[in-house]
Write a protein of this length. Structure first.
Length: 269
């Protein structure tokens, strides 16, 4: 991953190839970029597939709140929420229905524009959208709920760990975070070789795009796998001592949903 520093409004930001790829997808195929199913391709979207897309977001938020109340805080009620990597607003819409205020953050301005449109069409006005950088520089408020799902896997691990620390800083004391990370890929030798070839030789990736019926320049989306030891160390060092883990598996990419409360607990015996 090649990163470089640029100056923006008097501060240093990092921009990476993954950011540029996400913006390209936001312009050209935003819903498929969120859920890679053919019915969400730009040319296939219709009223039914869009309804299913947002229903899946409602189902996920219902599951998240139910799990928090079962394992962390039975009385938890999100009031001020941040959705990191909000995309086109799939999880923003249901969050806005149960929170007083929601902030959606994404690196793609095109994604944010689509998310604004989706909220406007539904009469949702308690949402603010912010273009993110590596330091979340435009966010100073604190939140009692921070959420991110199928996002960190597309961010290089060292960069993602720094963002995790920043998100926890933005979490209120006793607030709850629910963040998703991938940590392992179960793949064949041929699959690993194909991934290496696409990453190392752009023409291989372009040829694969043609085989799959995509445009020649369709971007390669990073899939990064995090060291769970590092993630748990960050939670411990930042005072998120109450936690619960659910495992995920998306097409052989094994992951965890980390549920945690920013709350110090007595040391274990």
């Amino acid at each position: 991953m090649k990163s470089f520093g640029i100056i923006s409004r008097g501060r240093i930001m990092l921009m990476s190839n993954s950011d540029r790829a996400w913006e390209q997808l936001g312009r050209n195929d935003p819903y498929f970029a969120v859920i890679a199913h053919k019915k969400y391709h730009k040319g296939s979207l219709n009223e039914n597939s869009l309804r299913e897309f947002f229903e899946s977001g409602q189902a996920h938020i219902d599951f998240v709140i139910r799990t928090i109340r079962t394992h962390l805080n039975p009385h938890f009620q999100p009031t001020k929420a941040l959705d990191f990597g909000c995309g086109v607003g799939r999880l923003i819409v249901p969050l806005a229905l149960i929170c007083d205020f929601v902030v959606g953050v994404d690196v793609s301005e095109s994604m944010l524009q689509e998310a604004r449109k989706n909220c406007d069409e539904r009469g949702i006005s308690n949402v603010e959208f912010i273009k993110g950088d590596d330091f979340l520089s435009d966010i100073s408020d604190k939140f009692n709920f921070i959420n991110s799902f199928i996002v960190f896997q597309h961010i290089p691990c060292r960069r993602g760990e720094l963002l995790l620390r920043r998100l926890i800083y933005l979490l209120e004391e006793d607030g709850v975070g629910v963040l998703h990370f991938t940590y392992f890929r179960k793949d064949t030798k041929m699959g690993r070789f194909a991934s290496y070839a696409c990453k190392s030789f752009p023409f291989v990736h372009n040829f694969r795009n043609l085989i799959k019926g995509r445009g020649l320049s369709y971007p390669r989306i990073q899939m990064n796998h995090y060291n769970l030891n590092n993630l748990f160390l960050i939670l411990q060092e930042t005072g998120c001592h109450s936690s619960y883990v659910r495992f995920t598996n998306h097409s052989g990419h094994y992951g965890v949903l980390l549920f945690f409360q920013k709350k110090h607990l007595d040391a274990a015996c």
